[in-house]
Design a protein around this ligand. Sequence first.
Ligand code: TYC
Length: 122
Amino acid sequence: MVRMATKIPSKPAQPRAKPAAPDDGGSVVLERRTQKTKPPQMYQVLMLNDDYTPMEFVVVVIQEFFSKDKETATQIMLKIHLDGRAVCGVYSKDVAATKVDQVLEAARQAGHPLQCVSEPVE
Ligand code: TYC
């Protein structure tokens, strides 16, 4: 299945040309239209703490799936460990869902109970 990361606006916002009035010599007036497309809703991907998943496994997962260097990944892992959860990255809806799937599959394969969720950014 092919997933697209962003929505294509159905109609680009462009100035609309008013038809020329009969006595204006053929000139065209462009009306300025305000932008109607909103930026897409973004989703944060969080990992949750548990008592069993090894710290080093979490660090490697954060490095691999969230493109963080080892120091940053270690800081995020420690925040999860201390606070119960932390944001690993912010993405469009489909990309966030894919990250969650990748983390859960890696954890399942390794036999760890690591949990990962995505939620809309406020
Ligand atoms: N609390 C785990 C431990 O002490 C480490 C851990 C960190 C687990 C982050 C999950 O998302 C997690 N081994």
